[in-house]
Design a protein around this ligand. Structure first.
Ligand code: CDP
Length: 789
């Protein structure tokens, strides 16, 4: 057995030195968890395993505890005394907080050092000596699922294999019959590699247990504060942490993208340490811990079969997936959808026969997988269908735009019931594709490509016409750990006509402070600048499931409008009282009620608000406020068409994105500038996995991609100029016709880029390339085909 890698942070050598040089340690004065300093605060750092699978023979803490300022080392047996050494994952699997005798992935938490200073805690980590006995490692999910494979989760009684779950949708026999009857069938193995959200801010918390009050406050980087509070109460209720005594505060968050939905062991250990020691305990991951140990995304091995008639009419789809979930299924999926919303895989096409299935495997890797800036596995589904559509066009020798136009669900078919069970709310896919083709100058580009091909130059044009499914979700189908996925808004209008609005969601940079205030302004006529928006404090915000999967606008955005409308209803009664007319005689225009036919007889919302506290009619409750818990009747289905133009360097294999045009449709837009920002960010997080990002493991489970030296995220240099535009197809069921948008671009960009590269190489017989499409990968093909320069 080879030695584990020693260049990773977990090696221990040079560990604290690296930390001292880390510029992140220069404290800012922001509102992020790492900016907070509480009186008497202690610091926690974590000892992590260099092995992917090993027996822990001994943890020697003597040297660590001799360091002045090191106060305690918390290990698995310590937590086991309180039955806190295991915790549930959000997918109702189980995950170690700290191990008793066995580690299951490289960089797993082994024990935690508590000290008076951050650097002393790091020195304590270096001084802890752990004796391991390496054990055989399983990194390949296919081998893990093979009959006779050694069982990884021996902690689970009666578990005889490594299947985390099997899930399927559709009629298998029907899809197979249709595939057999198809004139043309393409079959491609499409792999979406393991990647990481790599948010600018890593995860962390300060756990502050006040023993006088018996109250626990946790300042933490979470996208779902209320859900975390409930989970903490359920997991630690037996040690006295009851829900009314737990306050989760999620301050400003430097990017979440799904990676800050799970509860990580570090949070639980910090809470346990604070409860035991009675002082605030701060734990902030460093960059390498974040990349190596936090939940990953993707890691889907998909076999995609798409069938069609000779004329290009798509008839049938079948996708079989092996999903690598690491040693625990810790994905943040609604409980009825263990493979997320993967069954949106029929995409924008009117497919009558389809079947998809997912086998999730346990392996010796960190647990996951998170929905990285996508609505629960939509990225995987869209990549599969959009790559397959291009492969089909290639086989039929049809233009990929023409093939898409032929198969799109037509506008008059909405609401459209897909064969895999979804009801698409609205769409006009042809309009979006036509628009993007016009902007990019599609026909001229095809002519240019033909010319260049004659000269041996490599140029490709890639299309992606995606359909998203966001806004989880209708509570009859959607819950996480039993918590139904409604969301909420509470608005209070103060006597002077200013307002505070609070929500169950939690922005991580999406601009809720602006857009929610705009919704209140639109509905009540109170200027947005007079509306204070608050999220993320469970002591004050109404209960909600948080922000991920582009759900905020479809859920809390809707709740905001409906709470405002409740306030408007009461304002009408107050206006009628003030104007001494019947409510039926009043008309509304944003900001005031006036008497029909006599617009000068009016009361502004500010005058009405004042009256709600000073001059309300007898028998009416004082005040002007409302709360609404919104249970969406359906999801929203934003969509878009993207075109990417690439040139490939025959000398280096480098792919240069020359143009990228994105036409998005998220229904009615609250704030065009914020939406454009969302698209720009999403596209950049799309080019990353398409061309650069991958976390892989060697046979011993050693990570590659565990630092920014070898996990290559795009910077301004790699990011092309994005051209964006829109079509507007309102959602018929959302209170103001909006759909979510936060994740569309991350979903749509990778297949557009991959399709462009394959298009550049199709005349060489290339039908598929897995992402990331690195220069090395392309150059090897060029060399093999004899066209490398
Ligand atoms: O849940 P998350 O905030 O990540 O996603 P979202 O609901 O798609 O919203 C992202 C941002 O775009 C928010 O500030 C929304 O209010 C804004 N947005 C908008 O202005 N118009 C839309 N139709 C959709 C979102």
């Amino acid at each position: 057995m080879s030695e584990p890698r020693t260049d990773a942070k977990i090696s221990g050598m040079g560990h604290s030195m690296k930390r001292k040089e880390d510029p992140r340690f220069i404290r800012g004065k922001g509102n992020y968890v790492d900016d907070f300093v509480l009186p008497g605060m202690l610091y926690m750092d974590i000892v992590r395993s260099p092995h992917a699978h090993a027996k822990i023979k001994k943890i020697n803490t003597v040297r660590a505890l001799k360091i002045p300022g090191v106060l305690a080392v918390i290990d698995g047996p310590t937590l086991a005394k309180y039955n806190l050494h295991w915790m549930p994952t959000i997918s109702a699997d189980t995950q170690m907080v700290l191990p008793i005798d066995e580690v299951m992935y490289q960089a797993q938490e082994v024990c935690a050092v508590i000290a008076t200073e951050r650097y002393i805690a790091a020195d304590g980590v270096d001084a802890v000596e752990v004796e391991y006995e390496p054990l055989p490692v399983m990194v390949d999910p296919h081998k893990s699922l093979a009959p006779g494979a050694p069982v990884l989760r021996r902690d689970k009684k009666d578990k005889k294999d490594n299947l985390a779950f099997h899930w399927e949708a559709g009629d298998k026999a029907d899809a197979e019959r249709a595939l057999a009857a198809a004139d043309v069938v393409i079959s491609e193995n499409v792999y979406l590699p393991r990647i990481h959200v790599a948010s600018m801010e890593t995860c962390g918390c300060i756990a502050d247990f006040n023993s006088a009050e018996g109250k626990l406050t946790v300042y933490m980087t979470t996208q779902a504060p209320h859900a975390v509070r409930t989970v903490f109460a359920l997991v630690a209720g037996h040690v006295g942490l009851s829900e009314e005594k737990i306050r989760i505060v999620s301050p400003d968050i430097g990017g979440g993208f799904g990676g800050k939905v799970p509860v990580y062991p570090g949070y639980v250990i910090a809470v346990a340490a604070s409860v035991v020691i009675g002082k605030p305990v701060k734990w902030i991951e460093d960059r390498m811990e974040n990349l190596q140990a936090d939940s990953f995304a993707r890691d889907y091995h998909m076999k995609v079969e798409l069938g069609a008639n000779k004329d290009g009419t798509m008839t049938s789809l079948k996708i079989k997936t092996v999903a690598d979930h690491g040693y625990a299924n810790a994905s943040a999926n609604p409980s009825k959808f263990p493979a997320g919303l993967f069954s949106i895989c029929t995409g924008s096409y009117d497919l009558k026969h389809a079947f998809c299935e997912v086998d999730a495997a346990y392996t010796h890797k960190p647990p996951g997988g998170v929905a990285y800036r996508c609505s629960f596995r939509v990225t995987e589904a869209v990549h599969a269908i959009e790559r397959a559509t291009d492969a089909l066009a290639q086989k039929l020798d049809m233009d990929p735009a023409e093939l898409r136009m032929k198969n799109f669900i037509r506008p008059e078919q909405f609401p459209y019931k897909s064969v895999l069970g979804w009801e698409y709310d609205s769409g006009d896919y042809g309009a979006a594709l036509r628009k993007v083709m016009d902007i990019v100058g599609y026909d001229a580009l095809r002519r240019e490509q033909a010319e260049k091909r004659k000269r041996g130059e490599l140029m490709g044009i890639g299309i992606c016409s995606f359909t998203e499914i966001v806004g989880a979700g209708p509570s009859k189908h959607f819950d996480i750990l039993g918590l139904k996925m409604f969301d909420s808004a509470e608005i209070r209008v103060h006597p002077t006509g200013k307002a505070i609005a609070r929500f169950g969601t939690k922005s991580q940079g999406q601009g809720h402070e602006t857009t929610y205030a705009q919704i209140v302004a639109e509905e009540l006529g109170i200027p947005a600048a007079h509306v204070q928006v608050e999220e993320g404090d469970t002591d004050t915000a109404p209960y909600g499931l948080g922000t991920y999967a582009s759900r905020s606008t479809p859920t809390s955005g809707a709740a905001c409008a409906l709470a405002a409308r409740k306030i408007r209803d009461k304002a009408k009664k107050l206006a009628a009282h003030l104007l001494e007319v019947s409510e039926n005689d009043l008309e509304w225009e944003p900001g005031k009620f006036f008497v029909k036919g006599a617009p000068q007889k009016a009361k502004t919302i500010q005058e009405i608000a004042f009256a709600a506290y000073t001059n309300h009619p007898q028998g009416m409750e004082a005040g002007l406020e409302a709360v609404h818990y919104y249970d969406p009747p359906n999801l929203t289905f934003p969509f878009g068409s993207y075109i990417c133009v690439v040139d490939i360097d025959r000398g280096t294999g480098e792919v240069k994105v020359r143009r990228f045009v994105a036409v998005d449709d998220c229904g009615n837009i609250i704030n065009p500038m914020i939406v454009e920002g969302q698209i720009h960010g999403g596209l950049t997080q799309g080019i990353g996995p398409a061309l650069y990002e991958e976390i892989s493991y060697d046979d011993e489970g050693n990570i590659s991609g565990g630092s920014f030296l070898d996990y290559y995220v795009p910077t301004a240099l790699e990011t092309p100029h994005w051209e964006t535009d829109k079509t507007v197809t309102p959602s018929p069921h959302h209170p103001f016709g909006a759909k979510g948008v936060g994740e569309s671009a991350t979903v749509g960009a990778p297949p557009a880029i991959a399709n462009a590269v394959v298009d550049a190489l199709r005349h060489l017989g290339v039908t598929h390339l897995d992402i990331p499409i690195t220069p090395e990968k392309v150059w090897q093909i060029l060399k093999k085909k004899g066209v490398a320069e």
